[in-house]
Design a protein around this ligand. Sequence first.
Ligand SMILES: Cc1cc2nc3c(=O)[nH]c(=O)nc-3n(C[C@H](O)[C@H](O)[C@H](O)COP(=O)(O)O)c2cc1C
Length: 127
Amino acid sequence: MNNSELTMNEYKTLILFGTRKGMTTETVSVIAGILKDRFSHIIDISDTKQIRHYKKIIHEYDNIIIGSSIVSGRWKSRILSFAKQNIFANKRVAIFVTAGGTLNKINKYGITKEAAVNEAIEKYIEK
Ligand SMILES: Cc1cc2nc3c(=O)[nH]c(=O)nc-3n(C[C@H](O)[C@H](O)[C@H](O)COP(=O)(O)O)c2cc1C
């Protein structure tokens, strides 16, 4: 591997997420693992407790991944407020939700995974 290939992949990525009972931490570990192992990203991870700190140093990151668990149809409010802020110019931003109730419909009602994922995107990300 030459030098230009090395620097090309050294993206710095911040994952900030909201959780109520900790399940979303597992989802974040999977995302971080893939970005680290397959794409050589340098990853920092935080739940909502350190949002103020990361807001101050957001300029250090190329990519920001923002996510929340969905409980009673809602994001965790602190991470939702963060996502709505106008501080992401020149950054690539990705959004995810953990919506166990919606994904459960695959087993419960036999809907396809694609339909369940589309429902979660429409209800909890696009709206
Ligand atoms: C009280 C309660 C309400 C929930 N409401 C929803 C919901 O409205 N839609 C949904 O898709 N999943 C819902 N879920 C499933 C959660 O999204 C799922 O359990 C998630 O993994 C919780 O993550 P957390 O522990 O990181 O907060 C609900 C779960 C609980 C316990």
